[in-house]
Design a protein around this ligand. Structure first.
Ligand SMILES: *Cc1c(COP(=O)(O)O)cnc(C)c1O
Length: 385
């Protein structure tokens, strides 16, 4: 059999097994006029003309690409300015830019951990954190979601010389937050470092939108802070923030930092503008919070299976995958896009609609969403009648 056929056979088998479990995913091109309740542009900055203008101006001034990695000749003055602004914003000595959050998490974990390290992760942590731990070669343990007693128990058992506790700040599929105070306490009891990935907190929570850690918890409590720029900041990229020794170490040893081209300077220019808006215009956060409250009130009135989340991530736990896909399809017919989240992204039996709110939405948009959800309920009621 020719080699290529063996390969095609393998791909076909993988496809078939995914399709048999209804887990083959398709991309749709978003139709014009669709109302987006699936994305992570929580403050509407991805569509803010001031940010796009800063991006265009950045490209005119610095060119369309950085041309090299940061350690060669790609580290431009706009990158440096953005790193300094991110460090000030989060109350850290230094910050270091990465091209994506996925790369930041791979790089930080690979640079910090090795075979003599034990990494303790919340079970619901983002895939990039799990992959980073695997890449590092460390021993990995996962504790029950937000369960400090379980974490403590696992840490008591560990003989490793270096321990690192890792958690999402706001959990991406549930919208609930880590208990930073308790995590910091347990970490310190075991002389461990605590790393928080605040991808969904920065821009949205805390003073000046500095996140669930930000200026509230310093480097002594949360030595390693990661934030991403493609969500509330509306652009792309990520950063790690901490003391100078940490940032120097990551600069030297994180392979996903060293061996990649620096992000385009226009993106850094856009992010700097977005950061200025986040810090100077709290009204977008106020509007977002009013939207969250308005949606929750309406959803409760409809008797929808709301979670306790108070963040822009508002999952509706529907349980079965079929039901979740059915609701998402009905909503799509109403011109509403929501995330249909299924295993393996979430545990079996916990399929859900992941609804996200944004400061971009108006009351009328949320009313349309609630009407669409009500249509899903009615469709189900007729089936069962
Ligand atoms: C989105 C996300 C990432 C990845 O960030 P990208 O910049 O999209 O690569 C990392 N961690 C968490 C918790 C996320 O939600």
């Amino acid at each position: 059999m020719p080699v290529s056929d063996a390969w095609h056979q393998r791909l076909a088998q993988a496809r078939l097994s995914r399709q048999q479990t209804q887990r083959w995913r398709t991309r749709g091109v978003v139709a014009a006029g669709t109302l987006d309740f699936a994305g992570n542009d929580y403050l509407g900055l991805a569509q803010d003309p001031r940010v796009s203008e800063a991006q265009a101006e950045g490209a005119r001034r610095f060119g369309s690409g950085a041309g090299a990695s940061h350690l060669v000749s790609g580290h431009l003055e706009i990158h440096e300015a953005l790193e300094n602004a991110l460090a000030r914003w989060t109350g850290r000595q230094r910050a270091l830019l990465f091209s994506t959050g996925y790369m930041a998490n791979l790089g930080v974990l690979q640079a910090l951990a090795n075979a003599d390290t034990a990494i303790f992760q919340d079970r619901l942590n983002h895939a990039s954190l799990l992959d980073g731990a695997t890449l590092s070669g460390a021993r990995s343990r996962r504790f029950h979601h937000r369960d400090a007693n379980d974490l403590n128990r696992l840490m008591d058992r560990s003989q490793c010389s270096h321990k690192l506790v890792v958690s999402d700040g706001v959990f991406s599929m549930d919208g609930d937050g880590a208990d930073i105070a308790t995590l910091a306490q347990v970490s310190q009891r075991h002389r461990a470092w605590l790393m928080i990935d605040d991808a969904h907190g920065v821009g949205v929570l805390g003073d000046n939108g500095s996140g669930c850690v930000g200026t509230r918890w310093g480097s002594a409590d949360v030595p390693v802070l990661v934030g991403t720029l493609g969500k509330a900041l509306g652009t792309a990229g990520a950063f790690v923030a901490g003391d100078a020794a940490l940032i120097e170490h990551i600069t030297q040893f994180a392979r996903s930092y060293v061996y990649t081209t620096a992000q385009p300077p226009s993106i850094a220019a856009a992010t700097l503008k977005a950061l200025e808006i986040v810090q100077g215009e709290p009204e977008h956060r106020d509007h977002l919070n009013a939207n969250i409250a308005y949606f929750r009130r309406g959803a409760l009135q409809l008797g929808l299976p709301l979670s306790t989340s108070t963040t822009p991530i508002q999952p509706l736990l529907l349980g079965s995958e079929d039901r979740t896909l059915g609701w998402a399809a009905t909503l799509a017919k109403h011109g509403l896009q929501v995330g249909a989240i299924r295993p393996p992204t979430v545990p079996n039996g916990e399929a859900r609609l992941r609804i996200t709110l944004s400061a971009r939405h108006g009351r009328r948009d949320i009313d349309r969403l609630l009407e669409g959800l009500n249509a899903c309920q009615r469709a189900e009621a007729t089936c069962h009648a």
